[in-house]
Write a protein that binds this ligand. Structure first.
Ligand SMILES: [Cu+2]
Length: 119
């Protein structure tokens, strides 16, 4: 029980520190928002998140990897994706965002290739 409390406390602390760095960032073209999501368990979850991310007008491509719990979103040329909006969309759909990251000089296709081990 004590360890559980400790875990909850450290998660709460992370949640306070993380947004300051990654949450307010924007994702430009040739960058990918790489989000680690807890709670996705089946292809239906993946499809739902894919749909939600695709609804944003700035979204060029979306890829969801269930095994690695990764959601990758790419912006259209000349447009910016708001990391806070990406996170909000995933949270509103009922999932937990564990980590947000902006990967530069990449594409959703490249992230997909990396995660699936195919080139
Ligand atoms: Cu599901």
């Amino acid at each position: 029980m004590k360890t559980l409390l400790k875990t909850i406390k450290s998660i709460a602390l992370c949640a306070m520190i993380l947004p300051a760095t990654a949450l307010f960032s924007s994702v430009n073209a040739s960058e990918v928002a790489k989000v680690t999501v807890n709670g996705m368990v089946c292809s239906f979850c993946a499809q739902g998140i894919e749909k939600t991310m695709s609804k944003m007008p700035q979204t060029k491509a979306v890829y969801v990897n269930l095994d690695k719990k990764i959601v990758a979103v790419e912006a259209k040329d000349g447009q910016k994706l708001d990391m806070a909006k990406i996170k909000a969309g995933i949270v509103d759909a009922g999932y937990d965002v564990v980590k947000t990251e902006v990967v530069t000089n990449t594409t959703v296709a490249a992230v997909k290739a990396e995660l699936t081990g195919k080139k």
